[in-house]
Each structure stands twice: as structure tokens, then as C-alpha cells.
Design a protein around this ligand. Structure first.
Ligand SMILES: Cc1cc2nc3c(=O)[nH]c(=O)nc-3n(C[C@H](O)[C@H](O)[C@H](O)COP(=O)(O)O)c2cc1C
Length: 356
């Protein structure tokens, strides 16, 4: 059974929901570890006051008993505490009483760079809020919760994943200009056995899967595997990682491939990077057109981050973790966590040359 994550939830709706299926039974989960990752996603330089308002916490509705997975779908919920200000505006059913709170008036000023225009045209909405509420990166909270579960599974076989910011625009300057900035984040995974993913089909390639996991995050517009774009300008003699052997086994002196060759993990650290564009909601709005009148107008201004690069590093860590957990579970399988761990150990015994 493969790991799958189905999600639902609007940015200012009642809650974000995730159903994670395919987990082995008996995996111990730590609520505080999941909440700690949710808190990390909310921190960082350049984020809006909404983050203090929310203080996300995970709630588990199914698939867990006394902290251990049951092998059944794990139902995760993260409530939107801000929903109390949007109860009328984001009511799932036709709202009762007089309009009150936020989101009561249709928004017709699409922000360039956001899903507002394309989403509104695609679905035939009269209010861009019907598109932007789901397109918003608020839903990355549930990816982070699911990623924390994936990290628990990976830890069982000694894999650790971390995400960091490697490049970021000047937030102070951008804030003063009422502008936004982007940046670059990196995710690394240590303890990866050789053999995750496959060259058999393009869907199975681990590099393709990690790239899709990263570009699947809002505002990510570029991905690098290992040395990535730099390799294009190098000679073969300087671009590849030569193979050596000592009494402990095979090893490399470099890792320009980022731990993946032929779409398969090669046992080295996995290194992937994602480039984030500057956020599309500017306090000094960009030029747009009012979809109600057809007249030129300034784009919507809504409470928004100046930068979310640090948050992206946490989301990238979670998304990479989920994909690696999926690939690891495909390889080692197991209905019970012990089966998964035993299959991993037996595999390492089969390839002693690389067990460093
Ligand atoms: C963690 C995170 C936080 C974000 N916060 C904001 C924000 O506050 N304001 C904004 O305009 N865009 C924000 N974005 C980016 C938008 O969600 C994204 O640009 C938009 O959904 C359009 O999708 P696209 O950029 O992938 O084309 C954020 C993205 C991430 C990953």
C-alpha cells in the first residue's frame, strides 16, 4: 500500500483537513513534535501578524490509538482560529443573519502572480475569494503536519530530513517599500539507503518525484537536484562523483548529484533546492483590472507576508519527507512498523559494500 495524502480546506474556512493513508500500524507519533513543526512554519522573518493569531495545533480524529497508528487512514485537522472573524463570509452553508466580520463583499481585483484571475476564469466565479481561499498557502499547514508524521516513519530507519534558507531578499528594505521578496531554500536528507525510486519509468524517478513535491508548493518556481543548473556549464570530468572503495565499502568524495543517479538514491545525502518567487500580495498594489467594471484598478491588498522563505524551508522539509517516506515504504513495505524496519535491515545486509 502506498502512502497517500488527500487534503481539503480554505484559508479562512473552519479548518484544514488531511487524510494520510497507507501508514504501517504501530508507528509511535508525538503530538508535540507535530505541533513544533507547525509552529516552525509560522515563524520567520517577514511573516504577517496572522501567524501569531493562529498558533496551529494538530487534532487527530482517526487512525491513531494511544499515540500509535492503527494502519488505518490517519485523519488530521488543523483549525483556522481566524475563522471566527470570517464566520459569515466563509460559512460553508448560506449564512444566517446580517453580514458581519470579514469576507462579506465580493473581491474583484485580481492580484498579478496569484491564482485570483486564472482561478476565477476557470471556475466561473463572481468573487475571486472563491479561488484565492484554496489557492492560499495556508493549506501548507496540513502538509507540514503530514510531513511530521512522515519524518517519524523515516526516523524508524535512520533517515533525518532538514530544511534551511540559503538565500533571501532584504526584508527590511522591501517592507519599507511596501514590497515583497522571495528566496531559495534547501532540503537535505541523511541516512538514505541506495535504491529508493527507480529509473524504470519517469513517474518512479526519485528526482522527478521530489521536484514535483517542491513545485507543488505555492510560489516555488524552480528546483535544483544537487549542483543542478551549475552542472550545465561544467565538463563531465568535474561534474560527476567518482566512486572509491576502502575497507568499509564504496564511497564518494563529492556529491554533485545530490544523492540521486538515474532517478535512484545512491546512498549519499539527498540535496534539493527550491526557488521561491516574491509573494504576489503587495501593500503597494500592482496594476490590475476590476473584473466587475472592466476598468483599470489596483490589485487587492489583504494582510500578507513580506517574505515566507523561512516558512517555505519548513514546508519543503515536510514535502521532501513525505515523498521520501512514500518511496521508502514502497521499497520496504510492511503492515506493521516492525516489518518495515526488518525489511530495511535485511536489505542493508544484502548490500554490505555500501553500508557505511
Ligand atoms: C509558506 C508560504 C506562505 C505564503 N504566504 C503568502 C502571503 O502571505 N501572501 C501572498 O501573496 N502569497 C503568499 N504565498 C504565495 C502564494 O500562495 C502563491 O504565490 C499563490 O498561491 C500563487 O501560486 P503560484 O505562486 O505557485 O503561482 C505563500 C507561499 C508559501 C509557500
Amino acid at each position: 500500500m502506498t502512502l497517500k495524502l488527500a487534503t481539503a480546506g480554505e484559508s479562512h474556512g473552519p479548518a484544514l483537513v488531511g487524510i494520510l493513508s497507507g501508514l504501517p500500524a504501530g508507528l509511535v507519533l508525538d503530538r508535540e513534535a507535530i505541533d513544533a513543526d507547525l509552529a516552525r512554519r509560522q515563524q520567520g522573518y517577514g511573516r504577517s501578524p496572522r501567524q501569531q493569531l493562529e498558533q496551529d495545533r494538530v487534532e487527530v480524529l482517526a487512525g491513531l490509538r494511544h499515540g500509535r497508528t492503527l494502519g488505518t487512514p490517519l485523519a488530521l485537522v488543523v483549525h483556522n482560529r481566524d475563522h471566527k472573524n470570517w464566520e459569515w463570509g466563509m460559512s460553508p452553508w448560506p449564512p444566517e443573519g446580517e453580514p458581519s466580520g470579514k469576507g462579506t463583499k465580493p473581491v474583484t481585483l485580481p492580484r498579478p502572480g496569484h491564482a485570483d484571475l486564472a482561478g476565477t476564469l476557470k471556475y466561473g466565479f463572481a468573487d475571486t475569494r472563491d479561488a484565492l481561499e484554496r489557492a492560499s498557502a495556508r493549506q501548507t499547514a496540513i502538509s507540514v503536519a503530514a510531513g511530521a508524521v512522515a519524518k517519524a516513519l523515516l526516523r524508524e530507519i535512520g533517515i533525518e530530513v532538514s530544511g534551511v534558507v540559503v538565500e533571501m531578499g532584504d526584508v527590511d528594505e522591501a517592507k519599507a517599500d511596501r514590497d515583497t521578496v522571495g528566496g531559495v531554500v534547501e532540503a537535505r536528507a541523511r541516512g538514505i539507503p541506495p535504491g529508493l525510486g527507480s529509473y524504470a519509468t519517469k513517474e518512479d524517478r526519485l528526482d522527478a518525484r521530489l521536484a514535483a513535491a517542491l513545485v507543488g508548493i505555492q510560489a516555488v518556481k524552480g528546483v535544483e537536484i544537487g549542483a543542478g543548473f551549475e552542472l550545465a556549464g561544467q565538463r563531465g570530468s568535474e561534474a560527476h562523483d567518482e566512486i572509491f572503495k576502502d575497507e568499509r565499502g564504496l564511497y564518494r568524495k563529492t556529491n554533485r548529484a545530490g544523492g540521486i543517479e538515474g532517478g535512484v538514491s545512491n546512498g549519499e545525502e539527498i540535496v534539493v533546492r527550491a526557488a521561491m518567487k516574491p509573494l504576489p500580495t503587495l501593500m503597494r498594489p500592482l496594476q490590475s483590472v476590476d473584473l466587475e467594471t472592466g476598468e483599470p484598478a489596483e490589485a487587492l491588498v489583504e494582510r500578507s507576508d513580506v517574505a515566507a522563505v523561512e516558512a517555505l524551508s519548513v514546508v519543503a522539509e515536510a514535502s521532501v519527507s513525505f515523498e521520501l517516506a512514500r518511496a521508502a515504504h514502497e521499497k520496504f513495505g510492511g503492515d506493521a512498523i516492525g516489518d518495515f524496519v526488518a525489511a530495511h535491515s535485511a536489505y542493508l545486509e544484502r548490500i554490505p559494500w555500501t553500508a557505511r
